[in-house]
Design a protein around this ligand. Structure first.
Ligand SMILES: [Mg+2]
Length: 151
């Protein structure tokens, strides 16, 4: 049976840090310290190196049932829309259609793996296995794919 895998967006496949730094309003009030409220930020984030290829690898195998599981800022409603548009821009629509879940409570989702760079919003309490993206063990997509597929 296919294993259910959830993939976070920011810091895992979407480069929030890079997008924040290059945003024209990032150094201005009221966005200093609140980059998650920058207008249009989430729509234009560049992908993280190797992420698109890696996620396509997971999407293309029968061994995994892939969903995106991200938290969108409550006070920035356009971010909710932009996350939906972002995955459509970077992946083939038919592969990812209806596979985006936005939640502040990731621990409520049932599944085998969660690939996430941070412990917040329920990631640490996830009842499957939390693959801590960016940690020593899973420093990048190469290590994650190696673990999930080639092991
Ligand atoms: Mg993240």
């Amino acid at each position: 049976m296919a294993k259910i895998i959830y993939i976070d967006l920011d810091g895992v496949i979407a480069d929030f840090e890079k997008g924040k730094e290059s945003h024209p309003l990032s150094g201005q009030t009221p966005f200093i310290g609140r980059p998650d409220r920058l207008p249009g930020l989430y729509e234009n984030l560049p992908p993280i190196d190797g992420a698109i290829e890696a996620v396509n690898t997971l999407l293309d195998t029968d061994h995994f049932d892939v969903y995106f599981l991200s938290t969108a800022p409550w006070d920035n409603p356009e971010a909710w829309m932009h996350k939906r548009l972002w995955i459509d821009k970077h992946f083939e629509t038919k592969k990812i259609r209806k596979r985006l879940i936005l939640s502040h409570h990731k621990q409520l989702l049932i599944g085998d793996y969660l690939i996430d760079d941070r412990r917040f919003n329920g990631a640490q309490e996830f009842t499957g296995e939390w693959i801590h993206f960016g940690s020593d063990k899973y420093s990048g997509w190469e290590a994650v794919i190696e673990y999930l597929i080639n092991e």
